[in-house]
Design a protein around this ligand. Structure first.
Ligand SMILES: *[C@@H]1O[C@H](CO)[C@@H](O)[C@H](O)[C@H]1NC(C)=O
Ligand SMILES: *[C@@H]1O[C@H](CO)[C@@H](O)[C@H](O)[C@H]1NC(C)=O
Ligand SMILES: *[C@@H]1O[C@H](CO)[C@@H](O)[C@H](O)[C@H]1NC(C)=O
Length: 911
């Protein structure tokens, strides 16, 4: 058997196991999918119920995979099979992990079931049920809705993975003071689906229902055989007849919502501290400029402002704060437009400079705010993070808040979080997306209008209070305090609020609690919702507080948060949900991923032993394939040592064409590579079942295989070279022996434009495998798969960052950055690799290893390459390294001339 034939047969094997995955969901029928969400006093309890039948004649593993808001805590998970219920149990994380590792040592596979995206996190599990039997999955999660820019937002994600006969989302909202505004948004509410939504409003209640028909689930934008997929967002606000707020009592607990609006704006002194180090290069700095320009437009004339740029040097725009007059703003805008990036990151000096500027500008009746924007760790000046925190804390002395915005994933977010919290502010992650400027602007808007400072909430006749002092209260937000009423005696309970407004001290006194209305029937089972609200808020605040403490104090706070999490069965960063299953199946453990999680937390590495099928495949010399990561795992937010982008960034400066070969004459890489976030989930829905699926024997007739065309930038020439490689080959794409990195790919086996499979080896025990369905990351013993449709997924370890978004997987390592694009053409999916950053040597092994090729035109049909005359013809090629796939004119030559070597030098026997 010659090599090509062997490769072809291997590829058929792959194809067969691949399609097993996409066929899988047809082996069961989700005949009912309900999401019921009930919101009372901003406390939302959501239940997802999915009823599934095994349609096969033998037992079958059924998946349950849903996404829930990051801000929520899972509180219940139940499976019902043949009338038997299996309830998940919330345990202390370490204990759950131990149970888990016992399962592992018994040789059973078991796994974790969580990962994190921008606003949602995953819950995945599976269970095996008998032929033609049914299973009901029921997941409950709870959250306190937070008021932001004048609205509460309830986010519901639905993606049952197929068309469902009985598909319902019901949202019931009860707010005692009355609902004054309600809006339904999100892609599930758009276009053809809008008329599946019914909204009913009464004074204190609102109902939103979304009952899409079979046809609507089929025909909506981006829907298909895999049914609906997307978000429903319910935005609302409540009436506030009294500025002192609303105090509700229920079951011995109270909650006080305080959000007065009838106050004058307090003029601000605001200083923006902007990281302009080399790592901000490209889109980030451009988006920062854009956001700053818009923020400057929003400053009021009685605001004072300052701008500080920093890298290894700290460069204030002006030495002192200036008033936001038209003239000053115009000057500031000119300055902002000229902001560029270079150098290292001295956070310490920059923040201290900001504090100094604010302190030199005392002003009665004003509110001072420091906003730090950075995308990396301190690398210059003082770099000890503990020292920086302590310097900043001392300098600010609790006099005004510091907000820290962490741009992207190279930042140590926990460091920023801690620093912000120690200074009465908060930290927010800014995601590197096309809407980053809007995220920055949105954050600014939240703090743009201070109405009160030094807010002190006082309660008599109550105990177990959540946080009662707040440095600032901003218009559009809300202060929430909950607690327990002493001896359940509402008569002795009293509240007052003291704060400083623009002009003077304000006091709201003698605020009485009123009883919650009789709860609606839907709330049965959650009679103690106010107590749960209190517990939820308390746990969140304890988890933040714990971050700032050390030693015994830290342990005590952790213990308190843990005890509450266990008592109310919340899956928090301190607890895990052990998913129990029928006899003979292994339990799985669901964890809550923690923003900015540190490696130390994961010293007990969790892993899933490969299944026997996987092992077999490995033994035949193939990499992991067809093995669905039945054990997803919490995604570590590990920090990676910030790669130095400062030295080399052609991918962003110049266009990138073909294979990351950069040339300034080629089209510039589009800024909008992550544009159109809503389409991200839709690209890969209808995954075609490749021919040869279903494990039938390989066909005897081999079809004509169209070759795959590659582009290669040429030095000093306007037209790049192009050449063809016959389909089906497995080729060496890029190899860097210095770091142990390699990238190999297998071309589509029968026609098609790109690759069906790509494997990146980061080092000996870490690799990432891409096919047209999924991305599998294997790191030592740990393995996790993501579907291309798992939009908005990040995976970070100490040596690489993987971001999957919008049919692009972006893999960043210290000296290499590659992007794997998933394209679809003529109903076929295929992969294409693009190198965005690579080691500087002119030539490294692999067909994408050549930086540039030089040729001379001898005549219209002949080129001279390396002194040899070769035949050429003008032709064209699609540039698949760019999402839009522009058609590019090129000089077509044979492979040998372009690559300066035989094809066999570039093929590999297996990936
Ligand atoms: C959802 O709520 C509706 C009414 O609010 C109720 O009729 C239905 O049974 C609920 N569904 C589930 C699965 O709890
Ligand atoms: C606060 O916001 C409300 C609307 O959200 C607006 O009507 C009011 O004018 C704002 N107050 C100030 C002082 O800007
Ligand atoms: C601020 O107010 C205090 C007392 O209310 C007054 O003594 C002081 O002079 C004022 N400072 C400024 C800068 O107006």
């Amino acid at each position: 058997m010659d090599l090509a034939a062997a490769v072809f047969i291997f590829s058929l094997l792959f194809t067969a196991s691949d399609s097993a995955l996409s066929l899988k969901s047809r082996n069961w029928d989700v005949y009912s999918f309900h999401i019921n969400s009930t919101v009372t006093s901003r406390y939302a309890i959501t239940v997802i119920t999915s009823r599934v039948a095994n349609t096969r004649d033998n037992s079958n593993e059924i998946d349950f995979h849903v996404k829930i808001p990051k801000t929520a805590f899972i509180s219940k998970f139940r499976m019902t099979i043949d009338g038997q219920t299996y309830d998940g149990v919330v345990k202390q994380k370490e204990e759950a992990q131990q149970q888990y590792s016992q399962a592992v040592s018994r040789g059973q596979s078991a796994g974790l079931v969580s990962s994190v995206g921008r606003t949602l996190e995953d819950f995945k599990t599976s269970v095996t049920i008998a032929a033609h039997s049914k299973v009901t999955f029921e997941l409950t999660y709870e959250e306190l809705l937070h008021r932001r820019l004048g609205k509460y937002e309830l986010l519901i994600n639905a993606q049952p993975g197929q068309i469902v006969k009985d598909f319902k989302i019901d949202v019931n909202i009860y707010e005692k003071p009355g609902i004054n505004f309600l809006e339904v948004k999100g892609c599930l509410g758009e276009k053809g689906l809008a008329n599946a939504i019914t909204t009913t409003r009464a004074d204190k209640q609102a109902w939103v229902s979304f009952y899409p028909t079979h046809g609507q689930q089929m025909d909506c934008d981006g829907c298909g055989e895999t049914g609906l997929k997307g978000d429903l967002k319910i935005l609302y606000d409540v009436d506030r007849p009294q500025s002192q707020g609303d105090v509700t009592e229920h079951g011995g607990y109270f909650v006080h919502f305080f959000a007065p609006a009838d106050l004058a704006r307090i003029p601000k002194n605001v200083v923006f501290i902007i990281d302009q180090s080399g790592s901000m290069h490209g889109k980030k700095i451009a988006q920062t400029r854009g956001a700053l320009l818009r923020i400057l437009d929003d400053l009021a004339e009685d605001d004072y402002f300052g701008l500080i740029l920093f890298n290894s040097d700290v460069s204030p725009w002006k030495r002192e704060l200036l008033q936001a007059t038209q003239t000053n703003l115009e000057m500031a805008k000119q300055f902002v437009k000229g902001i560029t990036d270079h150098g290292a990151t001295d956070i310490n000096a920059a923040v201290l400079k900001g504090v100094e500027m604010i302190q030199q500008h005392p002003r009665n009746g004003s509110a001072s705010i420091l906003i730090l924007l950075t995308d990396g760790d301190p690398t210059s000046g003082e770099t000890n993070q503990g020292k920086i925190q302590s310097n900043v804390r001392k300098a600010i002395g609790k006099k005004f808040p510091l907000y820290c915005l962490g741009f992207g994933f190279d930042v140590n977010f926990e460091f920023l979080q801690k620093m912000a919290q120690e200074n009465s502010g908060l930290a927010r992650r800014i995601y590197e997306d096309s809407d980053a400027a809007q995220q920055l602007k949105g954050f600014y808007e939240e703090v743009a209008t201070p109405l009160l400072t030094s807010v002190q909430m006082n309660y008599t006749g109550a105990t177990n209070l959540t946080q009662t002092t707040f440095s600032y209260y901003y218009n559009g937000s809300e202060i929430v305090v909950a607690g327990k009423i002493l001896d359940n005696n509402i008569d002795d309970f009293n509240t007052d609020v003291i704060a400083i407004s623009k002009h003077d001290m304000v006091k709201y006194s003698d605020i009485k609690a009123t009883k919650a209305d009789k709860l609606p029937a839907v709330m049965s089972g959650f009679e103690n919702f106010l107590q749960r609200l209190w517990a939820c808020l308390t746990v969140k605040q304890l988890l933040k507080k714990e971050l700032m403490l050390t030693g015994e104090e830290k342990e005590a706070v952790k213990k308190e948060a843990l005890d509450l999490s266990l008592k109310y069965s919340f899956v928090t960063p301190l607890t895990s949900m052990v998913v129990t299953k029928p006899e003979g199946e292994d339990s799985q453990v669901a964890n809550k991923p923690k923003e900015g999680e540190k490696p130390a937390v994961h010293s007990t590495r969790m892993f899933s032993p490969p299944s026997s099928a996987t092992v077999q495949l490995r033994r035949t010399g193939q990499a992991y394939q067809g093995h669905k990561a039945r054990s997803g795992r919490i995604l570590n937010r590990l920090r990676i040592s910030s790669p130095d982008y400062g030295a080399f960034h052609p991918p962003m400066m110049y266009g990138s064409i073909g294979h990351g070969i950069h040339h300034k004459l080629l089209p510039v890489f589009p800024e909008s590579d992550y544009e159109d976030l809503t389409s991200l989930m839709l690209q890969a829905t209808a995954i075609p079942v490749p021919k040869g699926a279903g494990l039938s024997p390989p066909p005897t007739v081999i079809s004509v295989r169209t070759p795959v065309r590659f582009l290669m930038a040429a030095e000093g020439q306007s037209l790049p070279l192009c050449f063809d490689i016959p389909a089906g080959h497995s080729v060496k794409l890029l190899q860097d022996s210095a770091s142990g990195f390699s990238m190999n790919g297998q071309l589509m086996s029968e026609g098609g434009n790109g690759f069906q499979k790509i494997i990146i080896r980061v080092n000996a025990d870490k690799h990432i495998e891409f096919d047209t369905n999924k991305i599998t990351i294997k790191d030592g013993q740990y393995m996790q798969s993501f579907m291309w449709t798992d939009s908005d997924t990040d995976h970070t370890t100490d040596s690489m960052i993987v971001i999957i978004r919008d049919s692009e997987a972006d893999i960043t390592m210290t000296n290499i950055r590659v992007v794997i694009l998933l394209h679809r053409q003529d109903g076929k999916h295929f992969l294409w690799p693009a190198v965005r950053k690579r080691p500087l040597e002119n030539e490294i092994p692999g067909i994408m290893g050549k930086l540039l090729v030089a040729y001379e035109e001898v005549n219209p049909t002949k080129l001279r390459i390396h002194g040899v005359e070769v035949n050429a013809s003008s032709d064209s090629a699609g540039d698949y390294s760019i999402k839009a796939v522009p058609r590019v004119k090129c000089q077509l030559v044979d492979l040998k001339s372009a690559l300066q070597g035989e094809l066999s030098n570039f093929t590999v026997p297996q990936l």
